[in-house]
Design a protein around this ligand. Sequence first.
Ligand SMILES: [Zn+2]
Length: 85
Amino acid sequence: METVRNYRVFANCYTSCGESEVLLVCESDFDDWLSGSKLIQRALPYLSAGQRELLISGLCEECFGRVTGFDDERPSNVIKLADRA
Ligand SMILES: [Zn+2]
């Protein structure tokens, strides 16, 4: 089944940076994520990591990077415990 991305979602960063974005998604995909039946990576794989972050955390990519100290796609819940065995 072809995904038709004709549903627009407006998301803005909750900090004062003024960043906002209109995301084009498939409505049923978006509903899958909203309802919790799918993780956002599975429901909306075609959005960029930064766009998904804006939906999840309400932070644009730049603010998210500032808050977490990560500016790449490393998951922030993964912590390296030791450098040496
Ligand atoms: Zn921002």
